[in-house]
Design a protein around this ligand. Structure first.
Ligand SMILES: [Zn+2]
Length: 332
């Protein structure tokens, strides 16, 4: 089993994917979504290309990013129309898992947020447990106890679940090795682990760099790509059994907002307008008026272009996000 990462205070750390210790400084970033004050760098592992936020936040800072910031009390992040679209996207998200599993069983959705995926999977016949240490909408939040490093103990028996899903969660976790080890403890042999993350090796990530909407510093600590996520999971003896890239719910909008960031200032004006009005930002400044107006003017031309670009890039195998499925072996 992998050993835990070194303390970030050492100013050196080990890549969780390849255990390399040499990183290249790529570019500087600030929080363009929720205005957490500070400046960071995005660094990349010289061996496997894994992106990381530097300096890394402390466990206390990571939890501060979410308490009262990320979700409203009912777990919703966006205006009601967008939340309704996310509800329907929940059904599309289950397709590959439902194909890989021989039959619906017991599913844990870890980092469940507002619970859209859970309700869609229940409708497909799964018994779903949701655990999210940072969302009040997660009814089983108490099943996770975080230690002072932010690592969870999950109060379930060994080999309990047929499938475990993490939709856009792994990139937020300070010590992904410790969390994965605990999740794999409660996954049955033959069970499926689903990991959805943004793709740092995508053309989108390389072109937009610090203006890429889903870079989302300082909440996203890690920037994975399919090849290094596979290396990471192989260290736990977990081979990949499927990979999907299409994401109509994220892809076109990510391209649109990232392109707007290049034209109207790197402030995610449009994205801020879509967020739930009850969600505070650190500065209280939601979107500047000139930037918001410029974004709305550019929208009619850029929206169809973004949709076309999304499909063109998908056709050459490049997508902002990907979903990887790993199966736990029956032995070893
Ligand atoms: Zn690496």
């Amino acid at each position: 089993m992998p050993t835990p990462r070194q303390d970030a205070a050492d100013h050196t750390f080990q890549c969780p994917c390849c255990q390399g210790t040499e990183f290249t400084d790529l570019y500087g970033v600030t929080d363009t979504n929720q205005d957490v004050p500070g400046k960071w760098s995005i660094v990349a592992c010289r061996h496997c290309g894994l992106g990381a936020l530097w300096p890394m936040p402390t466990p206390q800072e990571t939890s501060d990013f979410y308490e009262g910031q990320f979700y409203t009390s009912d777990g919703k992040r966006f205006s009601s129309l967008v939340e309704r679209l996310r509800h329907f996207a929940g059904y599309a998200r289950g397709r590959t898992l439902n194909r890989l599993a021989s039959r619906p069983g017991l599913l844990l959705d870890y980092g469940s947020g507002a619970g859209h995926f859970a309700s869609a999977q229940r409708a497909s016949g799964w018994e779903v447990h949701t655990v999210d240490p940072y969302s009040a909408a997660s009814q089983e939040a108490a099943r996770a106890t975080l230690d002072n490093r932010g690592n969870p103990t999950l109060h379930y028996p060994d080999a309990h679940f047929d499938a475990i899903s993490l939709w856009y969660v792994l990139e937020h976790i300070l010590d992904p090795q410790a969390t994965l080890a605990e999740l794999l403890r409660i996954l049955k042999p033959g069970g499926i682990l689903l990991l959805a993350v943004q793709d740092f090796s995508s053309i989108q990530a390389r072109v937009f760099r610090d203006k890429w909407l889903i870079l989302d510093p300082p909440r996203h600590i890690w920037q994975f790509a399919p090849h290094n996520l596979d290396s990471f999971l192989l260290r736990f003896g977990m081979p990949r059994v499927a990979l999907t890239r299409s994401s109509l719910e994220f892809g076109p909008f990510t391209i649109l907002q990232s392109a707007l960031n290049c034209l109207t200032g790197n402030r995610n004006h449009l994205f801020r307008m879509l967020k739930h009005s009850a969600l505070p930002t650190k500065s209280g400044n939601r979107a500047s008026l000139p930037g918001a107006i410029a974004s709305l003017i550019a929208l009619p031309a850029l929206a169809p272009l973004s949709l076309i670009t999304y499909f063109a890039l998908l056709a050459v195998g490049s997508s902002d996000v990907f979903t990887a499925y790993y199966r736990k072996p029956h032995h070893g």
